[in-house]
Design a protein around this ligand. Structure first.
Ligand SMILES: O=c1[nH]cnc2c1ncn2[C@@H]1O[C@H](COP(=O)(O)OP(=O)(O)O)[C@@H](O)[C@H]1O
Ligand SMILES: [Ca+2]
Length: 406
């Protein structure tokens, strides 16, 4: 409780120190423990005047691979990766603000897929790293995030950064996040029909910046890009995979290789004798998505912001520029998938999974969510130099819960 009071005192009294112009700066540290990597986001806020809300000034971002779930059997080693990232915050945050700067880690699908016991062991070790740091460790500072929050908080981030949550004329945009192990879709329904046709657990009310948003959101566990690779290979949720060879028409014919994901080793390869290419690949991938996802009618024609692996694969195939991002139609992913899958050997150098990944993205968008071929996707990595990640929304939520009401 005392921590909370200190936090309060420092931001609300108008004791702006004339010597130090930065006296009204404060920080928030948010860790994203994703299935493929762990990332630290250190946000800087400035309270320009006591009567106004703090403003986001900037972000320091760093990441490491692999993610925590790769350390399922060595939780101390996993926590060590978090500690190395936290050392960056020691340098970034001025010492006199350390004990007022909250540090939080939220884990996503990688840890959701581990056994309770292994996940908790990892979280416990991370919690110890936090307790030994000079930062403010709020209650529940290390946890597995609920999937619906992952979507909502990313939606908050994108709509905050694009200015849709302030002033009038709010035209919020929907968001699509494709992680390694799970995928999220989130939007603000405009039609009464959508609310009626949607299963109750896909709708969540969320309060932020003095408004309540009733959002459609869902996180599909096992539908992230890397989990989908395993599902396509028929290797997802298999108990004993050691030694077994998984083959697919989405892989180069002659390929035989090994792949580590979530602490398990998989052997995989191409269809040596059988078919390869877009057509057979699409049929294989279709089995993974068809009929498995809820399809809200409302989204068919509307445009969405898409990031994470949608962005990465669009960059890999020159559909967009790495720095600039860009606007694509759903059918651009399909065109690229055909190009790559039907010339598999030529694209071999980048990643043997490029054909499978693009085909999965195509099938997920069209057959999974039910988007039209001409639905527009705004591919975005950063807005105003801030990463489009759920971590910013989570930091706002954290500041709100610590008593700074936005
Ligand atoms: O801060 C970020 N900005 C932009 N993309 C990010 C950020 N953090 C993670 N990503 C993207 O998320 C994808 C990896 O998903 P992740 O490891 O988070 O799996 P999960 O969400 O299923 O747990 C990659 O495409 C990676 O580039
Ligand atoms: Ca993620």
């Amino acid at each position: 409780h005392s921590n909370r009071e200190m936090w309060f005192q420092d931001f609300f009294p108008p004791n702006v120190c004339p010597v130090n112009a930065k006296a009204n700066t404060f920080y928030g540290i948010m860790f994203d423990a994703g299935s493929t990597g762990t990332r630290i986001h250190i946000y800087t806020f400035v309270q320009k005047s006591p009567e106004n809300l703090p403003e986001l000034e900037g972000e320091i971002f760093e990441s490491v691979k692999p993610g925590l779930s790769a350390y399922a059997d060595q939780p101390e080693k996993g926590a060590e990766t978090v500690k190395r990232l936290l050392d960056m915050a020691i340098d970034a945050v001025p010492p006199h603000l350390w004990k007022k700067t909250p540090v939080v880690l939220k884990a996503t699908a990688g840890l959701r897929l581990l056994s309770e016991e292994k996940a908790q062991a990892l979280l416990l070790e991370v919690r110890e790293v936090f307790e030994e740091s000079p930062f403010l460790v709020p209650e529940d500072s290390v946890s597995i995030m609920d999937g619906s929050y992952e979507g909502i908080l990313a939606w908050i981030t994108v709509n905050f950064l694009t200015g849709q949550l302030s002033g009038q004329n709010q035209h919020t945009v929907g968001t699509l996040d494709l992680g390694g192990a799970s995928t999220q879709i989130t939007f603000l329904p405009q039609f009464e029909e959508t609310l009626k046709e949607t299963p109750g657990d896909f709708l969540t009310s969320f309060e932020m910046f003095n408004s309540t948003y009733k959002l459609y959101t869902h996180s599909y566990l096992g539908f992230g890009l890397k989990a989908a690779r395993l599902a396509t290979l028929g290797a997802l949720n298999m108990e004993a995979v050691d030694g077994q060879m998984f083959r697919s028409s989405c892989l180069p014919k002659q390929l035989e290789a090994e792949w580590h994901f979530g602490g398990v080793k998989y052997r995989y390869g191409g269809n040596k004798e059988g078919e390869t290419g877009f057509k057979p690949c699409y049929l294989d991938v279709l089995k993974v998505v068809k009929g498995k996802l809820h399809q809200p009618d409302e989204i068919r024609g509307s445009s969405f912001y898409a990031f994470s692996y949608y962005y990465d694969r669009a960059v890999d195939t020159n559909l967009i520029d790495y720095e600039q991002g860009g606007v694509l139609e759903v059918k651009d992913f399909e065109r690229k998938a055909k190009e790559v899958c039907d010339n598999m050997e030529r694209y071999n150098s980048a990643s043997p999974f490029l054909c499978m990944d693009l085909t999965y993205i195509t099938a997920l968008l069209k057959e999974g969510f039910g988007f039209r071929d001409n639905t527009l996707l705004q591919l975005t990595k950063k807005v105003n130099n801030i990463e489009t990640s759920w971590t910013l929304g989570a930091t706002f939520h954290l500041l709100q819960s610590l008593g700074i009401t936005y």
